[in-house]
Design a protein around this ligand. Structure first.
Ligand code: NAD
Length: 261
């Protein structure tokens, strides 16, 4: 019970990796607030989390790009739970495409959610944690935050920016006892994002079948398997724990060695 009575906010937690992160913290005794633009999904996931682990869990509707809305939601959390110990900035979107006909508004929307959304959530968490003189932020980044991604420029640019933000906030918050780190997962090929839209987006953009795309991405991994939610949640829990108390401003690869290729 490493996180007993800790208050953890997970953005984009209604489904996918965010849901797995919420479960992982609840399993260790944390109270979890699941914030998602899909408010109904967040509430449904929170109800399952509370029932499974017997912790407090609540789902709230939140658009991570809405500065005032995020600020008010975090103030409400502090009022209700007394503190905010951990923010996991996980909400993200991916719209891929060739640069030559990339709709600038779509490109901008990816930056808005993945980079500005992270800034907005981190801004309010830092405000609260600075006053508490404790706290920890973990951003869900990507291997595409360190290496360009084929026909996926908006996403890679948004994630590269996220690492700059993580390092800068780590510098700014160190004196207040607040740590800020990122985790950079590989391809979660069995997860909601790939199954929901990414296989199809890549198949279309790259002129391949879904099976060929899966094979291509598995073959890029020295360990020859997809990234699993647990691979990532284990590292997030470590970064958020006291065991990582001397780590800040880092962006940790969880890729089966893929970034070396
Ligand atoms: N799937 C992968 O292979 C992979 C790999 C590396 C990193 N990531 C990152 O992991 C994170 C989670 O992705 P996932 O695979 O679970 O995707 P997903 O699409 O299954 O889940 C993303 C969640 O974020 C929510 N969301 C989207 N926009 C939002 C907004 N403006 N405000 C609040 N919530 C919003 C969605 O409603 C959804 O519940 C993302 O940051 C993604 O970039 C994913």
């Amino acid at each position: 019970m490493k996180f007993e009575n800790k208050t953890v906010l997970v953005t984009g937690g209604a489904q996918g990796l965010g849901e797995a992160i919420s479960n992982a913290f609840a399993e260790e005794g944390a109270n979890v607030i699941i914030a998602d633009i899909n408010g109904d999904g967040a509430k449904a996931t929170a109800a399952k989390v509370a029932e499974t682990y017997g912790v407090k869990a609540e789902g709230i509707a939140m658009n991570v790009t809405d500065d005032a809305g995020v600020g008010a939601a975090m103030d409400e959390i502090v009022k209700k739970y007394g503190k905010l110990d951990i923010l996991v900035s996980n909400a993200g979107i991916l719209k891929s495409g060739e640069i030559t006909d990339f709709d600038v508004n779509v490109w901008r929307a990816v930056i808005e959610v993945n980079l500005i959304g992270y800034m907005v959530c981190a801004k309010h968490a830092c405000r609260i944690m600075k006053e508490q003189k404790s706290g920890c932020i973990v951003q869900v980044n990507s291997k595409s935050g360190k290496k360009g991604s084929f026909k996926n420029s908006a996403y890679a640019a948004s994630k590269f920016g996220g690492i700059g933000l993580t390092q800068s906030l780590a510098l700014e918050m160190a004196e207040y006892g607040v740590r800020v780190n990122s985790v950079c997962p590989g391809n979660l090929l069995d997860g909601t994002l790939w199954k929901g839209s990414l296989f199809e987006q890549y198949a279309k953009n790259q002129g391949k079948t879904v099976e060929e795309i899966r094979e291509k991405y598995i073959n890029q991994v020295p360990m020859k398997r997809p990234c699993l939610y647990k691979d990532v949640t284990d590292v997030i829990k470590f970064l958020a724990s006291d065991e990582a108390s001397y780590m800040t401003g880092q962006a940790i690869n969880v890729t089966g060695g893929q970034e070396m290729r």
